[in-house]
Ligand binder design. Sequence first.
Ligand SMILES: Nc1ncnc2c1ncn2[C@@H]1O[C@H](COP(=O)(O)OP(=O)(O)O)[C@@H](O)[C@H]1O
Ligand SMILES: [Mg+2]
Length: 244
Amino acid sequence: MIAIEQARLEPRSLRLPLLIRLEPAGSRVEISNDTLGYSTKCSFTYGILMTLSRQDYRTLIRTQRNQLTQEEQKRSAESLATHFLTLPEIKQAQDIALYLPADGEIDTSIIIDQLRHLNKNIYLPVIHPFSSGHLLFLRYDLTTAMVHNRYHIPEPKLEKDKIIPVAQLDIICTPLVAFDKHGHRLGMGGGYYDRTLEPWFHYQSGPKPIGLAHACQEVEQLPVEAWDVPLPKIITAKQIWDWE
Ligand SMILES: Nc1ncnc2c1ncn2[C@@H]1O[C@H](COP(=O)(O)OP(=O)(O)O)[C@@H](O)[C@H]1O
Ligand SMILES: [Mg+2]
């Protein structure tokens, strides 16, 4: 195990590698990737190569994301909005699920404002009150009453007539913790979007998912589980990734 809490990640554009080289007990551990300035004090035996676990990636990338400055966050959100609003599927869509950012996630407020001006219907995820691990999607507008969920994320107050069945959405924009070059997505560990997107994964039916992320959330290759739903498209401030 790496002493993750001591992690210092530099530069901000790093790509996390799969392997780390462990040096003599008590000395520094360095990740074996030329682009990376990650180091921490650890006590391991020389020569062992370790694969980062899903939890390691979550901790590392969340640390990285939370180190973005307000200015970087702002610029990232502006560029993201520009890319996002040029997508043909967004121009065609009427019912679009977004999310409100938490934990350093890329800000969606510019996108939400602009979609409002385009008279699109916007929805936000709400944690299902009874069905564990599932999301509901509720209409979100300027009058929506908000509450904080168990993760302290604001969500629309649950009102039955504001719920849209998932199948009626056109697009679901998902937050994510990390993604890789194949479109694999790692979330916070609740599996909420994997459950929501299961029909799309197996039958290509229902709303198309689009991941939204900072460029620094890209990693070389994520460890993937059978239930993880890969994304057909991910938008960052720098790039539109398309695997369709
Ligand atoms: N479609 C699904 N049906 C049932 N359980 C699921 C499904 N997708 C994910 N899970 C469960 O949710 C948990 C978290 O999934 P994980 O992929 O680690 O989270 P995240 O996608 O948020 O990173 C896992 O224990 C997994 O078994
Ligand atoms: Mg998953």
